[in-house]
Design a protein around this ligand. Sequence first.
Ligand code: EPZ
Length: 461
Amino acid sequence: MDMFEIEGARPLRGTVRVGGSKNACLPLITAALLSEEPTVLRGVPNLRDIREMIGLVRHLGARVEYANGRLEIDPSGFQADSVPYEIMRKMRASFYAMGPMIARLGRAKVSLPGGCAIGDRPVDLHLRGFHALGVRMGRSAGYVLARHEGLTGTRLSLLGTNGTSVGATCNVLMAAVLARGTTVIDDAAREPEVIELCNFLNSMGARIEGVGTSRLRIDGAERLHGTDWEVCSDRIEAATLAITVLITHGSAVLENVPREHMESALFALEQWGAELKWKGPRALSVHRGRGTKRPLQIVTEPYPGFPTDAQPQLTALLALTPGYSAIRETIYAERFMHVPELKRLGARITSPERGRIEIAGTGALEGAAVMASDLRAGAALILAALAAHGTSQVRRIYHVERGYERLEEKLRALGARIRRVPESEEDPGMTEPPAIVEEVDSSAIVVDGGPPVTPARTMGS
Ligand code: EPZ
């Protein structure tokens, strides 16, 4: 296993290109199974999750060719009706196979995904949607079994206790496009990844109206044809790169930014004090800007609210912003695994209640060894390490490789000192006592939680 060794406190400068969206691409790959004809996807990022998804559709019988971002899927051999635990445990988005299996094969046996580092992630809404379309469902030995004699359009809601669901909306859509009659999905997720899937399906001959709204109306089609599709660029990668530039006091132009998908993230960064200027329809100049930076109060919400997938990265930025910030996470109340690791770098963050953190911003972080627990937590740690004084080691970077294509290369091109080194399992221990360069009052060493944080000024989104 490799880790990143990062020498921080260097401003990142230059130009960097945002790649194709991982989360938009994953359902498109399984949606290609809805036709019997080949489909071509372009701009597909070469990521671990994408390669897992390719493995899954191959397992289901599709022939796939993938080179230089061009992915061709020939689904004519699609016949397998089961997704085993061995595949599901590697990537929960494998559950996206269920909609096409139900629609094309009339049956499915799919391993239930378990929880993951960001919390309990149920699939009840997916199953509720399939059931409403006429699918009979059972559960056995960790698998969900589905069967039907014909999908029938209906009206259904996909509202859960945590709001709307991207995954359930995509999965149910994929079944509904081949159902008999009209389906109306109320409380559909409005995320750009759902819009992308709707437009993609329409390009295959599906009839979906209300795209981008919370009510989707689908007139079922007899069959779909293949298509040729350019995948939209990744709004979360764009937000991550923008925050990287800001946190390192740098200045850069981000190319291929999906402007229409970024409003709330960019609004928050502007509230913070960033200077953001469009240099063209998709080129964004990112500059830290003059003057003091403002702490923020942020609430993560379904689109168009501030995205949970950029929350850990923003936490890193706010940890370095003097003043008191707060973040309430409404999508995944447990998504704060990056916090204890950021504290190892010197961040002062407390969690007064489940789903909320308060950040007492400090002027500087100090390099340390930290460990990624998931994709975005890993990104946050890399950002913080790039800003911290001294050297950091970020371990378990395989999480980061699931969702950021050539991140190391992109950061290096911006001037980062980052290198990949093998993780050594052994801690060499202390050969001689460290030299104490500065005596500190032990009460100033924050061990757990940091000092109490007073409420932040209301700022941002
Ligand atoms: C997608 O996950 C993304 N994954 C996640 O990105 C992202 O964090 C999430 O949407 C929210 O934007 C992919 O696109 C592959 P949800 P998904 O269904 O579809 C609850 C990343 O870092 N819920 O919109 O699984 C759920 O627990 C990843 O790239 C139910 O209660 O998310 C959550 O609180 C991590 N029942 C909320 O809804 C269900 O049946 C939203 O989840 C489904 C979801």
